[in-house]
Design a binder for this molecule. Sequence first.
Ligand code: 6CS
Ligand code: FE
Length: 290
Amino acid sequence: MNIADKYPSRTGNASSVIMRDCPVLHRKHGGSCPLSKEDLSHYEDNGFVVVEDWLSQDTTAELRAETLRLRSDSASVDIEERVTERSGESIRTVYGIHKNSALFARAFSNARFVELSSHILNSDTYIHQSRINYKDGFSGREFFWHSDFETWHVEDGMPEMRCVSILIALDNNSLVNGPILVIPRSQRQFYPCVGTTPKDHFKTSLMGSRLGSPSEDQIAKVAQTYGIVPVVCRKGSIVVFDCNVLHASNNNISPFDRTNVFVVYNSVENRLQAPYCGRSQRPEYLASRR
Ligand code: 6CS
Ligand code: FE
């Protein structure tokens, strides 16, 4: 374990909750932001906020078509960047879409995203990770409870919770197609996880894993305190997520696909260090070190 590790996790034994010691909303005053004051304070309090109809329906349809192209285009997407469901029958995730798609690269460098992320993080930002989560009708599988920061900290050496994810909904996210479930306010605590990180963990973890999930007791406790909110929104909306808020989602047994794109912006003052788990760095398409 790294001595300077403020948020030790997967150190082999169970340990208790650690309070977050940095803000959720890093810029308190001034600056312009495409989110309203109300949206920003909802984000700060709850760890996420939905902004409906962020994209035009034309842009939404264009990006949705690009997700279909990328799932089968082996000229632009490397085999490792494409993660299948455990059954092997459908695509779960494609990573690195800010690198392998000109259309997504353009969408993510849009001034409103750049302003939004630098406002929340109070600095310039860069793209840490991007991905398409397909969650196809009938075959899209669950994501168990986790904080993204826990993985990025332990496996990628991200020092602080100064990172924000933006989800772009390219299909309607409804109650029936496996929407993201969030535990609001959970972003203020860090839940150390048990176990240790095996070598090359990412080769299996991206298909779904419980390493990097808090214990069932911890999840039950925090969910009983704060509740669980299904994040439902129309296609073309965005959801701004704190990197440490606890979330999960169920299998999509409905016939309706649930395609969501994520772009993760990190502060330039929070660049990745050596992974805290002591393993080698994960590939660039999961964790940018440019
Ligand atoms: O390992 C990762 O980077 C991915 N895993 C989780 C559990 N959340 C987000 C991320 O794409
Ligand atoms: Fe996640």
